[in-house]
Write a protein that binds this ligand. Sequence first.
Ligand code: GLP
Length: 242
Amino acid sequence: MKLIEAKDYEDMSKQACALMVNKLNELDNPVLGLATGSTPVGLYECLIEKYKQGEITFEHAVSFNLDEYIGLADDNPNSYHYFMNEKLFNHINIPNENTHVPSGVAENYDIECEQYEKMIKDANNIDVQLLGLGVNGHIGFNEPGTPFTSRTHVVELDESTRNANAHFFASGWEVPSRAISMGIESIMESKEIILLASGEKKAKAIARLINGDISELFPASILHKHSNVTVIADKAACAKLK
Ligand code: GLP
């Protein structure tokens, strides 16, 4: 695992953006694994900028998002699908049919999970997967205790995760208690992984990730077993590193 210490949020976003720009230019049909949350927003802004400047194109890109809340349709402003449209997809030239977000309103989740896995396999797996980091070590919505062998599945969200994400929700809306998420094994099949972390509130999790043991109680720790992982964390997030 390679650790890059960035100065601040902007520097973290720019460094991640540079890696993504290289990948997009290197591959004919890049398959991107995308994340939501506040962490990747600056990176998405940078990618939009690079696209507008003509440095990159998403014409032949395919994307798969990590997760979605159960009960929220893609046109619901609190859904991750809506977030992706607003923060990235609406501003770049990725064909709509090439973007994939698990459905939060599927009739049958067993089928939805299987189909999501199949679509990723059919795309020949994810070339570069972006990850944020939950304060409890979650990746995607794989909460502590999730088996490392998990595939795309329905998860019960921890109270701490629901509290951490409550600020994204419009008033009158509660954070759903369940989500659909790519599993840990599905994430580990990505060819390359970039994990981003920013701010003091992630410092404990970054220290646990870098210095701690590999345990299902801290999902992100599995990344030590992947051969191509870059962690880009800003100074505040690195504050508790030995
Ligand atoms: C959320 C998402 C994760 C995200 C993480 C961190 O719950 N499901 O994919 O990476 O938690 O969120 P943030 O970037 O807002 O700190």
